[in-house]
Design a protein around this ligand. Structure first.
Ligand code: HMG
Ligand code: MG
Length: 295
């Protein structure tokens, strides 16, 4: 078996986890959640997004979240366009996640542009960010299936990633947005990406819509991936991807890895405490296995 000794977890709960939550969560409660997550040992995290507050009202307190939660670790803010980047420049945050969908229909629904238009906008923005010393992560949505167009070709994913690598991104986060990938598909796509882009950080982002996310994590590990986006409590979903449910739960991934002797540096008890902080404010229950067995 091809298994790493250590894995980096990128916690996306405060962003992906909450962006689709029906209850408007107070800034104070989000800050308490983030602070508990950080105390569990998480070192990389998506804090929030600079997106239109009309499109995603839950993220409208991005500035306050950034002011309260920035620390010396890697804290990402999502931004899809020039306006988002200009807002980012007014903060002290030095890590940004841009995002685009491989499939046209999804990209149009998510950010109101074709994939080609988004890439034309993002090229000069990424060059500028790199010149200014920012860490840039590119999130690639619908890398396996699109909710509107069905199966997405792996050649299209590799081609889009290749453009991002030419723009100079530090990291590719490749996503199964609607949780339809099988472990076989996950293995082959991540193996191709590892081979194609050996000098760029590669992260896998799985949603657990059909219960295949942990199996997909294992498949991606076999393909050489050692970075995973996960969400505490298994919260998550994109408001513009019908049928997408939560991300793979951080505590389930950390537990599985720990049982296999793979280090993440994350304390599971403290992670459970973080989920307990956000749970009372959510419109849905926590479905992660580890949380259910340990509360
Ligand atoms: P639009 O309506 O075409 O944009 O939306 P616009 O340029 O016409 O602007 C409309 C209004 O939004 C204006 O305000 C702008 O100032 C404002 P108004 O004049 O009406 O008061 N605006 C912004 N405000 C804050 N930050 C910005 C920003 N840009 C414009 N960056 C837009 C285009 C991109 C804004 C919109 O489509 C949008 O906000 N989309 C965000 C969608 C989103 O957040 N999706 C979820 C994140 S992606 C995801 O979850 C997938 C991922 O997890 C991986 C995976 O699982 O696949 C990453
Ligand atoms: Mg996602």
């Amino acid at each position: 078996m091809n298994l790493p000794k250590e894995v980096t977890i990128i916690e996306v709960g405060p962003r992906d986890g909450l962006q689709n939550e029906k209850n408007l969560i107070s800034t104070e409660d989000k800050i308490a959640f983030i602070s508990k997550l950080k105390s569990s040992g998480i070192k990389e995290m998506e804090l929030t997004s600079f997106v239109s507050p009309k499109w995603v009202p839950q993220m409208k307190d991005a500035n306050d979240i950034i002011s309260a939660c920035l620390d010396d670790n890697r804290n990402f803010v999502l931004a899809p366009n020039r306006k988002g980047i200009d807002l980012l420049y007014q903060t002290d945050c030095k890590a940004v996640a841009v995002f685009v969908g491989v499939s046209e229909s999804f990209n149009k629904k998510n950010i109101n542009k074709s994939t080609k238009e988004s890439m034309e906008d993002l090229g000069p923005i990424i060059t500028e960010l790199k010149d200014k010393g920012y860490f840039v992560r590119a999130c690639i949505s619908t890398s396996f299936y699109c909710p509107f167009e069905g199966k997405v070709s792996s050649e299209d994913v590799v081609a889009l990633c290749s453009q991002f690598v030419q723009f100079g991104v530090d990291e590719l986060s490749v996503a199964d947005t609607i949780g339809m990938a099988t472990p076989q598909e996950a293995f082959f796509l991540f193996k191709s990406l590892k081979e194609a882009f050996p000098n760029t950080l590669l992260t896998a982002h799985f949603h657990d819509t059909r219960g295949m996310a942990l199996a997909n994590v294992f498949a991606a590990l076999q393909a050489g991936v050692d970075r995973f986006d996960t969400s505490a409590g298994g919260l998550g979903g994109c408001p513009f991807a019908p049928g997408a449910t939560g991300n793979v739960a951080t505590e389930d991934v950390v537990f599985m890895l720990a049982q296999m002797g793979i280090e993440t540096g994350i304390d599971l008890d403290k992670l459970v405490e973080a989920v307990k902080v956000i749970e009372p404010h959510l419109s849905r229950g926590i479905e992660s296995k580890y949380f259910g067995l340990n509360t």
